[in-house]
Design a protein around this ligand. Structure first.
Ligand code: BG6
Length: 482
């Protein structure tokens, strides 16, 4: 179903995100018939280039990053027909009148701030001063949304000076992933799980987001952030919230976000010895192409982490006795994002201990091979007596639902369509972001004050040994990264 007609302005229209994600994503929605024919996309950036040159740039980007096996030329040309460009100065007056002249009345106006956060306030002010927005206009902002509580509060204040909270769409692209939404469907669409979803039945929960890539060309940004700011404060935190939150009364933006906020506010401060930080070493097979972290970020004394593992607790009735273990890192042995709900042992084995004991594990696989598996215990087939084994009840979406079941809609395209529809459910509210920083800040300050140095780990490993020890100390183990 096509969304309503819209004008979408992408500030930072020549940047990496616009070329890799936003515009190729819009093109795929266009091909899927979800973008109305008269949708108008306007790239805006500082560079003085002609509209023709901009269209060429985006054509190349779509061909390279579009993720379409064979791009339909006629469709690509039709898409580019509705793409314009204005050279604009976010901090000056150049270009704003041209932008206004390009925009239509009586359509949804959305402004995507794909620029450094330091420009958010300038853009918001100029949009307002030039009369480019009305009460139905929306702005979309990217992470990083601040680097601590203070900067996030400042950004929220800068935006709130000109926009209502209902107009602000803070993107966390993890919320746009198909399986992340499925997590809510599984929890709240089935009778089976919710009664068991608490400390009485759940031993612990693991969230792993493992990447094989290193910091790539983003060394300068990354070295000032580290895994805590880049991944934990936002993506892992959002996953944790969706698992841990109370059932919202309705699947609507504020009902869902109110419940997530309560989870973040209930997070206990993390003890320093419950955290392991790491920095990756060079790829021994190809150290020139894949150097160690410090070389990659060009900072031989860097104390920034490219890996983090931690144990945290949520201080409320549902979860007080269930630890949550979070782990994320770059240059690990596999790209794998998985949430595992590890249930407790049965209270007593009627088969005797020699039959073996197994735990039910519900694992929700976000990527790749999206799907959900439930490990159940059955009898080992054959005449060998009552021995127990684990088998998975497997719902890999591509197998269960056919190719259409696999996630073929990128998180960005889904989220941009939600912006046009005016649905904020999968976007972070200002108070949520601030609460997440309020929890993160003391942890980072602790490292700075204690001169903590991350532990080295091998490229293609599962992180530093201390990460495995963090689990072993509690008599538990990380699920394998595969
Ligand atoms: C981004 C981080 O938000 O998420 C990157 O800045 C990270 O460092 C990326 O690589 C991971 O996203 P995905 O969708 O590839 O898991």
């Amino acid at each position: 179903i096509p969304v309503d007609p819209f004008d979408l302005v992408i500030f930072g229209g020549t940047g990496d995100l616009a070329r890799r994600k936003i515009l190729p994503g819009l093109f795929r929605r266009f091909c899927a018939g979800q973008m109305p024919d008269n949708a108008h996309v306007i790239g805006a950036a500082r560079t003085e280039i002609s509209e023709a040159a901009y269209r060429d740039m985006i054509r190349d980007a779509i061909l390279e990053f579009g993720g379409v096996e064979k791009t339909d030329e006629a469709q690509l040309s039709a898409f580019l027909q509705n793409l314009s460009y204005v050279a604009i100065d976010a901090r000056g007056e150049t270009g704003w009148r041209d932008l206004k002249a390009l925009m239509r009345r009586k359509v949804v106006r959305a402004f995507y701030f794909s620029v450094a956060p330091s420009l958010f306030g300038d853009l918001a002010e100029r949009l307002n001063n030039h009369g480019l927005t009305d009460h139905n206009s929306r702005i979309v902002v990217e992470k990083p949304f601040g680097r601590d509580l203070e900067t996030a509060q400042k950004l929220n204040g800068d935006l709130a000076a000109f926009f209502e909270e209902s107009q602000i769409y803070r993107i966390d692209h993890y919320l746009g992933k198909e399986t992340v939404q499925n997590l809510m469907a599984v929890r709240f669409g089935n009778m089976l799980f919710e009664p068991l979803w608490n400390s009485q039945f759940v031993d612990h929960i693991q969230i792993t987001v493992a990447e094989t890539v290193g910091v790539g060309g983003r060394g300068e940004y990354y070295d000032k952030s580290g895994a805590m700011r880049d991944m934990v404060q936002n993506h892992l935190m959002q996953l944790l919230c969706l698992i841990a939150m109370e059932p919202p009364a309705r699947f609507d933006p504020d009902a869902v976000r109110d419940e997530k906020l309560k989870v973040i506010r209930a997070l206990e401060p993390v003890e320093p010895h419950h955290i392991v930080r790491g920095q990756y070493g060079a790829d021994v097979d190809d150290p020139d192409e894949h150097p160690d972290y410090r070389t990659a970020v060009d900072n031989p004394k860097s104390k920034t982490e490219s890996f983090i593992a931690m144990k945290t607790h949520i201080a409320n009735w549902r979860w007080a006795a269930t630890p949550f273990y979070l782990r994320t890192g770059k240059r690990l042995c596999a790209r794998s994002s998985e949430i595992s709900i590890v249930f407790k042992d049965t209270p007593h084995s009627i088969f005797g201990e020699e039959a073996g004991r197994h735990r039910n594990v519900l694992s929700i696989r976000l990527q790749p091979n999206e799907g959900i598996k439930l490990g159940v215990t059955i009898k080992e087939p054959g005449p060998g007596g009552m021995r127990l084994i684990d088998v998975p009840l497997d719902m890999t979406f591509a197998d269960a639902l056919g190719p259409e079941g696999a996630d073929n809609v990128d998180a960005y395209e889904r989220l941009i369509m939600d912006v046009i529809r005016g649905n904020q459910t999968l976007f972070m509210r200002g108070d949520e972001v601030e609460a997440a920083w309020a929890w993160t800040d003391p942890i980072i300050e602790g490292w700075t004050n204690s001169n903590d140095v991350p532990k080295p780990y091998d490229s293609h490993s599962a992180g530093p040994d201390a990460s495995a020890q963090l689990m072993r100390r509690d008599g538990r183990e990380w699920r394998e990264v595969t």
